[in-house]
Every structure is written in structure tokens, then in C-alpha cells.
Design a protein around this ligand. Structure first.
Ligand SMILES: [Zn+2]
Length: 234
């Protein structure tokens, strides 16, 4: 949907840091709190020619395919990752490349058809890429429920308001095999919760309000019909 998405590193865009938690602002900034970024906004910073971007361009040549709703792998509870080895590092790197190519802020392994408890995220608080890899994560939630508009790379064209706790503490294994813990009460907390849901087979359409369910009924029905007819949407 984003005309600039997938156009390579020259077009890679990063929204400026923002506060989260208010739907109006989220809409303007293009889907904060999701793994889907539909449109550029005035706060964009372009990144050019960093070593990192050259590297992910190489990886992208054998990029993974994003699986779309209602692919059954998206509804399955993913299995734990058993070992952090070179294969897993390669997978994580490829997922990061796919995430950036799709202009997303997070991507879970089930979204690329791999039912393992792993996700990558870059809530993009700075103008440099800061991808993080979360293997076998646990999440602890606290605080008030905050409404926030989310989208999902696996469900393009659908954006729904999801209420989630404000504060998340995530414990996960990194690519170095070590456990680490992070806490956030802002945008990253939202992204982690969205991606963590994917590992349990939960999608934003499972969390949407009756009003959103009605509003998106047709779109979701069309996606199911397309899936049934074998057109998986690429
Ligand atoms: Zn998603």
C-alpha cells in the first residue's frame, strides 16, 4: 500500500520520534503501534548508504514472503526456538530486511510462515535503524488500557483501534544467546505486544471492537475468499 515501500534502501523512511497513546496523532503518523506503516508523514528522515542498509539489501535478495490473513500459520501458537545458531541469525536478519522493505516496525516469524517464537522490531525512535531481535520472549503488562490504532503487515488495508496496557516489560533471548529485559511505556510497548500476540496466533482482528468488526467485515471476507481461491495476495 505504501507506494514507497519495497523501493530499496534509498527510500527507507523513518518517522520521527513521537509520543504515543492518542489515536488522532497515531493516524497522522501512519499506524504507530503496528507492524504496518502505510504512508509517509512530515516527520520523515531518510537514511542513505549506511553499511547496515547495504547489508540488508544483500539479504533481501532471498527475502521471505509475508503471509496474509487468514493463512493458518497466523492463527497457530508458535513453538519455542530451541537453539540460537547461524540459521536462526540468518532468519532474523532476513526478517529484519523484510520488515524494513515493507516499511514495518515489527515482524513475527509466523508472518513469514515460520511457526517459532521469534520476532524482530524497530520502533524507530531515532533516525538510524535499531533493529532488535526477541527470541522466546515473555511479556509482563501493567498500567491502564490505552486505545491505539494498529495495522498489520499480514492484514493490509485493515486498521483497527486496539486497547492494550500502557506498560510492557519484555524478557527475551538475543542473537548472542543471552537473556535481556526491556521495559517501555510508549510506542515500543505497543509494538512488542502486537508482535507477541502473533506468537500466540492472535491478530488485531481478534482484538477489534464490534464497531471495527462491522466496518471491516467486507474486507476480511474478501481476504478469506481470496485465500480460499488460492490467491494469497503475494
Ligand atoms: Zn501484525
Amino acid at each position: 500500500m505504501d507506494p514507497a515501500a519495497g523501493a530499496g534502501s534509498e527510500r527507507f523512511k523513518v518517522p520521527a520520534r513521537r509520543e504515543s497513546g492518542q489515536c488522532r496523532r497515531d493516524r497522522r503518523s501512519g499506524g504507530a503501534g503496528s507492524d504496518y506503516h502505510p504512508a509517509p508523514d512530515p516527520g520523515i528522515v531518510r537514511i542513505r548508504d549506511t553499511e547496515f542498509l547495504r547489508r540488508i539489501n544483500l539479504v533481501t535478495q532471498r527475502s521471505l514472503e509475508i503471509h496474509r490473513y487468514p493463512h493458518p500459520v497466523l492463527a497457530r501458537r508458535a513453538e519455542p526456538v530451541e537453539t540460537v545458531d547461524d540459521d536462526l541469525r540468518q532468519l532474523a536478519e532476513a526478517m529484519i530486511a523484510v520488515m524494513y522493505e515493507a516499511d514495518g516496525v515489527g515482524l513475527a516469524a509466523p508472518q513469514v510462515g515460520i511457526s517459532r517464537r521469534l520476532f524482530v522490531a524497530d520502533p524507530r525512535r531515532t533516525d538510524e535503524p535499531e533493529p532488535q531481535v526477541f527470541i522466546n520472549p515473555d511479556i509482563r503488562l501493567e498500567g491502564d488500557l490505552v486505545p491505539f490504532e494498529e495495522g498489520c503487515l499480514s492484514i493490509p488495508e485493515v486498521r483497527v483501534t486496539v486497547r492494550r496496557p500502557q506498560v510492557a516489560t519484555i524478557t527475551a533471548t538475543g542473537l548472542d544467546g543471552e537473556r535481556f529485559e526491556l521495559t517501555d511505556d510508549d510506542f515500543a510497548a505497543r509494538v512488542w505486544q502486537h508482535e507477541f500476540d502473533h506468537l500466540d496466533g492472535v491478530l488485531i482482528v481478534d482484538r477489534m471492537s464490534p464497531r471495527d468488526r462491522l466496518a471491516h467485515r467486507r474486507t476480511l471476507k474478501d481476504m478469506r475468499a481470496a485465500f480460499e481461491s488460492g490467491d494469497r495476495g503475494g
